[in-house]
Write a protein of this length. Structure first.
Length: 256
């Protein structure tokens, strides 16, 4: 029975889309699970997508833009609204949040890296939940992470978390694409050394996000080499975080 004490939770764009389910109920439930875990001594850092989706919802834009400047504008419009969702839910639980926006350069520049590490460490020490997103408004084509899976992996290594959870709209990692093959089987435990041998189109993306399973697996490889456990699971399943922290089998657990 492994006891996790420092967790990074990545929440995908599809889970923050009003077209898919009630986002308020979803965030309320996630925050409740996190607060319960925090009360038992677990530190939580959230890496969230959804700012661009939120901006689209506010402006009534149905189709995700392709131009970088349009994506940045949507992110600028949606970011504060997205943060208010988390802030309101945590406030109801007497828990504070801190917004942290990062770019690729913050991770590659030694001084910025150490500053980000120290700041996040202090936020967690104060028992406040850091809520991290890419700083889409200032990131350019060359330096943007391009997906929050990579960002989650970098943050996991930055704060030396012992568990990274990626919540998505799939139950976990399959032997092939479950959207195309009805006989696809969920892989409950996966040795990362076998990833390249599995027949799965990992380049598939959702319409809501910029990543796909390829970026999730790259993030898993990034943190597993540092002996950090990674789990990819469905955000639609009830009490996913609670089950994981209780060492119940949920989604796919990756090991090396």
């Amino acid at each position: 029975m492994k006891k996790y004490r420092n967790v990074v939770l990545k929440i995908g764009s599809a889970l923050l889309n009003e077209d898919n389910h009630d986002v308020k109920d979803f965030i309320d439930n996630i925050c409740q699970q996190i607060k319960t875990a925090m009360d038992s001594g677990v530190k939580f850092t959230i890496v969230t997508s959804g700012a661009i989706n939120e901006g689209q919802q506010i402006l009534g834009v149905n189709k995700r833009p392709k131009q970088l400047e349009s994506l940045q504008a949507m992110a600028a419009i949606g970011q504060q609204s997205l943060m208010r969702r988390y802030e309101h839910s945590f406030k109801e639980l007497d828990c504070f949040t801190a917004q942290v926006l990062l770019t690729h350069d913050d991770m590659n520049n030694p001084n910025r890296f150490l500053n980000a590490k120290a700041t996040l460490g202090k936020i967690l020490e104060l028992e406040i939940v850091p809520i991290i997103n890419e700083n889409d408004v200032v990131a350019t084509e060359e330096i943007r992470f391009g997906d929050n899976d990579t960002l989650a992996g970098m943050v996991t290594n930055l704060i030396e978390a012992d568990l990274m959870i990626i919540l998505t709209n799939q139950k976990g990692y399959y032997d092939k694409n479950p959207d195309r093959f009805p006989n696809a089987k969920l892989i409950k435990k996966c040795d990362i050394k076998t990833l390249d041998k599995i027949d799965f189109d990992i380049n598939d993306k959702s319409d809501e996000g910029t990543g796909g399973f390829k970026t999730k697996l790259n993030a898993v490889k990034m943190v597993t080499t540092n002996n950090t456990t990674s789990i990819i699971a469905s955000g639609y399943e009830k009490d996913t975080i609670k089950k994981i922290l209780s060492n119940k089998q949920v989604g796919t657990t990756f090991y090396i």
